[in-house]
Design a binder for this molecule. Structure first.
Ligand code: 13P
Length: 251
């Protein structure tokens, strides 16, 4: 049984005032059946961890370096995230692939570093609109998976997020049929590469304009184990209904 997961990606948003949202969310879901994770900017990780202490809420980073330490100005190592209170780290988000030219090979090295530091990597994959229109969705996702996932990945250390680039921040959500096609493909690919145990165990999240209004339909879709949520994770008022939909899906 895969434990469902609702992860919020705050991206480059939030200040100390937003820590109140963490307390409100934790209070709304004191003992959730699903896992709830928030990934604030790195500067808020330690105070967020202090707020979340003693609650069911878990925290994550939004990126890490592939090396555990060294001369890499401005970067953050996976063990540093763990020390600051993170249990997860988002890796290979399309915004990092676009803004920083991150390659799948780099994502794979980062995922290995995250695993070594005891973090669970949420590795993101997804096609652009041009790639979808060209009928390349599954080949793009398959190549990103092949190149971004480390050889020794485990169901504990890896979560995969399918985030079609054209659905991120656009209000345009992939249809259930589109999500099911990709998620079924990802499950088959994982099982082919890693065998039934790990292949069945890795959780698959959908991301891209997930809101309270569309969450239940998305969570009822084949091989969807939860969501990676951007804009609608910034407040407890918006994220709460998404978590509630996930809790209802679990029951
Ligand atoms: P939105 O939910 O704002 O579309 O962002 C999705 C995303 O990129 C999460 O990582």
């Amino acid at each position: 049984m895969r434990r469902r997961l609702a992860a919020g990606n705050w991206k480059m948003n939030g200040s100390r005032a937003a820590l109140a949202e963490i307390a409100a969310l934790a209070e709304a879901f004191p003992a959730p059946a699903s896992e709830i994770v928030l990934c604030p900017p790195a500067t808020l990780l330690a105070p967020a961890a202090a707020r979340a202490e003693g609650t069911a809420l878990r925290l994550g980073g939004q990126d890490c370096h592939a090396e555990p330490r060294g001369a890499h100005t401005g970067d953050i190592a996976a063990p540093m995230l763990a020390e600051a209170g993170a249990a997860y780290v988002i890796l290979g988000h399309s915004e990092r692939r676009a803004d920083h030219g991150e390659t799948s090979a780099q994502v794979r090295a980062k995922a290995a570093a995250a695993q070594a530091a005891g973090l669970t990597a949420i590795v993101c994959v997804g096609e652009s609109l041009a790639e979808r229109d060209a009928g390349e969705t599954l080949s793009i996702v398959g190549a990103q998976m092949a190149e971004s996932i480390p050889e020794d990945a485990t169901a504990e250390a890896l979560v995969l997020a399918y985030e079609p680039v054209w659905a991120i921040g656009t209000g345009r959500t992939a249809s259930s049929a589109q999500i099911a096609e990709v998620h079924d493909f990802m499950r088959a690919e994982l099982t082919r590469r890693f065998g039934a145990g790990t292949g069945d165990g890795v959780r698959l999240l959908y991301g891209g304009s997930v809101k309270g209004a569309n969450a239940a339909e998305i969570f009822a879709t084949s091989n969807v184990d939860g969501a990676l949520v951007g804009g609608a994770s910034l407040t407890a008022a918006d994220f709460g209904p998404i978590v509630a939909a996930l809790e209802a899906a679990e029951a």
